[in-house]
Design a protein around this ligand. Sequence first.
Ligand SMILES: [Zn+2]
Length: 138
Amino acid sequence: MLIDTHAHLHHTRFADDLDATLARATERGVTAVIMPGSTLEDSRAAIALAERYADTPCALYVAVGIHPTEADSLTPATLAELRELAAHPRVVAIGEIGPAQIRHSSALPSKRSWRSPPSYRCRSSSTTGMPTPTSSPS
Ligand SMILES: [Zn+2]
């Protein structure tokens, strides 16, 4: 089983060939794709698409979140709505969080108390502070 943990398939640039993209993924053994939401609206769009592709050979899931570049949009109301979205059955993680070297990234609050596990982004970052696997799964 292969799971792509970070593909923005809900973005409009994939709209014209999403079925073909998922067919190619399925041919290569991908059984699920997790789409990270970068904003509340983006997270909602990902959930809507995941609902449509819930019972396909390559099922779609969502990691709701606020991208570090969107951290200025965080308010208590935003976080409350994000928490509600995180409870959706197609949501499997909190995404677009982590030690990215992007201004404002330190403004993101801890998500440790949330039901969903975190899906860290670490593009252009060192591995400092990230958990390091010590053994391979058997
Ligand atoms: Zn992303």
